[in-house]
Design a protein around this ligand. Structure first.
Ligand code: COA
Length: 361
């Protein structure tokens, strides 16, 4: 039995398919290339929710409802916001989400979609001694998230963040989605299920990698020798953040989408300089990994260029996993509903390998 449940199929889903050998991601019948940069996040929320909620409105109405949910979440949580920055920004977001009602309606789902986008900028502002900004119900979701962080963003940055949220909206039965489905299978409410997903996403082997990617790039820049730095990390038994994946044996298709987004932000500015440097580090890492782990195809994953994109969008590295959650929450909710609809509790078995009690004669 594999400790990590490798190759075990634990759910049937209509939501997304990760083709690890071919490097393709399909989301409800659409390739990632069709969606990223072309569909707004609100439209993709609708795509994922379709069939899992009664009375689902059209795209425009749903996007308005997400805007209203941002305002509602802000108003509900505002009295408690001042307590949350005592925690790190991810734990503060998780604590804020835990205060939301634990139902199963579309209104519950939209509050959960809204919450990371509202709480993350509010907590970051409070952390730097500034007042949180009230959401604008009429604004586009990504645009409003950036506006609440640091004022009206450029259209290019808003588009970049929107593309990011779409790119990470769902990804098969990853650790956080599985955790979400396990809780949903008990018929607990959506907030409980999403809190499970949030817990799983925090770890550096899953969603917590892009912050360390920035630390790695900074350390390599300071060292001046990418290959030597990377070889030394491997020799110390460390993993290179932003590389490797349980399913992909080729490049993660999301890495290329996000790299193109960063490139579109400009090549002559700071993000262009950072991108050029990151590309040299990426090549050095791939070369070092190929020599160090010849038995395993370790390629660039989504987190490597996520780090650059979110840095360019103005998020500090400690908030990167929050922004990942702001995108992935749509997939979690749809998976929770899909699992609940099966009516089947997820309850695998363990094999006991501990000591046996003395038998009384
Ligand atoms: N750097 C160095 N070595 C790596 C590695 C990395 N990023 N990813 C995998 N490996 C190595 C392991 O050390 C192991 O080597 P060994 O056989 O000599 O012990 C081998 O590859 C297989 O590792 P395993 O843990 O079985 O692979 P996995 O499929 O479980 O790994 C990840 C998936 C994501 C957990 C792993 O690649 C990783 O830790 N990556 C870095 C964190 C990251 O970027 N996470 C975001 C994922 S989207």
């Amino acid at each position: 039995m594999a400790n990590g449940l490798d190759d075990v199929v634990a759910a049937e889903t209509v939501l997304s398919d990760v083709d690890g050998a071919g490097g393709h991601l399909t989301i409800r019948g659409h390739s990632l290339a069709e969606l990223a940069g072309h569909w707004r996040y609100g439209q993709v929320v609708r795509l994922l929710f379709d069939g899992f909620f009664d009375e689902l409105p059209g795209d425009d109405e749903l996007e308005k409802a997400i805007g209203n949910a941002r305002v509602e979440v802000f108003e509900r949580l505002q009295p408690m916001l001042a307590e949350l920055p005592a925690l790190d920004v991810y734990s503060g977001m998780r604590a804020g989400i835990a205060l939301l009602p634990d139902g199963e309606s579309l209104a519950d789902a939209l509050r959960l979609i809204a919450a990371p986008a509202v709480l993350t900028p509010a907590l970051l502002r409070l952390g730097r001694g500034e007042k949180p900004l009230t959401p604008d119900a009429r604004a586009d979701h990504a645009n409003d998230m950036l506006r609440m962080l640091s004022g009206t963003p450029s259209p290019a940055l808003a588009k970049a963040l929107d593309t990011y949220l779409v790119t990470v909206c769902d990804h098969g039965l990853n650790a956080s989605t599985f955790a979400t489905r396990v809780v949903a299978s008990t018929q607990a409410g959506l907030t409980s299920a999403i809190l499970a997903g949030l817990g799983a996403l925090k770890g550096p082997l899953h969603g917590g990698a892009p912050g360390p990617v920035i630390e790695m790039l900074d350390a390599i820049e300071a060292s001046g020798d990418a290959a030597a730095w990377l070889r030394n990390e491997i020799a110390r038994g460390e993993r290179i953040m932003g590389f490797g994946h349980r399913i992909y044996r080729v490049r993660d298709p999301r890495a290329d989408v996000l790299k193109a987004v960063v490139r579109r932000l400009g090549t002559r500015n700071e993000s262009g300089r950072r991108l050029a440097f990151a590309e040299t580090v990426e090549q050095a890492a791939l070369d070092v990994l190929k020599v160090a782990k010849p038995q395993r195809s370790i390629q660039t994953n989504v987190e490597f260029y996520t780090a650059l994109l979110l840095e360019a969008a103005g998020f500090p590295k400690e908030a990167f996993s929050n922004v990942f959650a702001a995108g992935r929450v749509a997939g979690w909710i749809a998976h929770a509903r899909e699992q609940q609809a099966t009516g089947r509790l997820i309850r695998p078995q363990s094999r006991y390998v501990g000591p046996v009690p003395d038998l009384v004669a």
